[in-house]
Design a protein around this ligand. Sequence first.
Ligand code: DAT
Ligand code: MG
Length: 150
Amino acid sequence: ANEERSFIAVKPDGVERGLVGEILRRFEARGFKILALQLVHPSKELLGEHYKDLAGKPFFPKLLAYMQSGPVAAFVIQGKGAVKIGRAMLGATNPQDSAPGTIRADFALDIGKNVCHGSDSVESAEREIALWFPAGLKPYTRAVDAVIYE
Ligand code: DAT
Ligand code: MG
């Protein structure tokens, strides 16, 4: 139960603006274990697969161009409620609607430049992790988990 994983990414605007450390810091501070961490220049094929549910949307070409405008900081967090809490920490998709204190509310204004991505379900997380980290993940134990979990 404490091993749930989510795929989190800082999009090119977030990398450009120097927000990688701040965003990673929030997940670390919350107690999540960082299981993987990499700067990726995603191909059109990877992004088409990642966003395949949105392929028919009018904003899809713009979304792919945005996601290819620079490197993406891709990471995997692991811990209790990683998917749901991850989404909550990111905030609503449109930063105009994101609750204060969330990453998108604190660092973004437009839906098409919303700084970060987080998996929306455990199934999506598994799919996205396999896509962005095809070499797989190497689990490790942390002594601090004994202090974080009851
Ligand atoms: P989320 O990233 O919160 O999971 P999503 O999966 O529905 O949201 O959409 C993926 C990304 O596509 C989103 O982060 C920003 C962009 N996007 C979504 N809806 C949009 C819209 N109506 N106009 C422009 N970009 C949009
Ligand atoms: Mg989504």
